[in-house]
Design a protein around this ligand. Sequence first.
Ligand code: ZN
Ligand code: ZN
Length: 238
Amino acid sequence: MEATNAIVLRNCFNEVIKNYLNDFISKEIRPDIAKLERYLIDNNCELPNCEVKKLSNMLAIGQSNLVDIIIRTMSHFNSLPVDRQYSLMKMLQDFYFSSVLAEESLDHYIDVTMSADGFNFNGKFFYRDTFRHEKIKNMKYFLPYIEDKFINEECCICSKEFVQSSFIYEMVCRHAFHFKCLDMWLENNGSCPYCRKDIVSKKAKDSNYFIEDKEDGSKLVLIYILTKPYQYELNDNI
Ligand SMILES: [Zn+2]
Ligand SMILES: [Zn+2]
């Protein structure tokens, strides 16, 4: 019976931890989006509000798979000359990496009341994130390709030349790649495919919980979560 309870509890806490993190990430990203929007407006970006919002969301969430779709719906942005698109994207992401992300990653702490399969608990979450800060050292820009702005003219993963004004990644080592090619590469590798500079792009999560029996018969659950840069195995890079 004890063992069954332990499994039920573990599944339940895993679910609670997952929900907490999803909720936390969406909350954490909101101030980032607001700062990007403010920056665009303060710098007379020539874009209507709806496009300011779309661009800020896209960069803060960092979903490269949606860039083409989102950019296609931005008619004002699309009507800008490509060098203006480039400078706008570059300026905005310089600000994002140097100012928005530069704020220290913090320890977070909240009290919660939880229900787990008929049991009620008072809980405490302790959450530390060391991944957010890593992104500063591992900048990946979304930029439209213009021949003289990049140091390589083709993606060394698929050997295809970049298409003028199509969006690609430029990494901190300045090497450029197609979104899909680099995302697939970084699933299994922790370095630039061109120069082998270390690149941290995956997040790992550790979590644990402890149940304390209180004197009044109630239980207190302590939940510890750490999100950190994923460590590739040594042979991942071979
Ligand atoms: Zn490619
Ligand atoms: Zn490189």
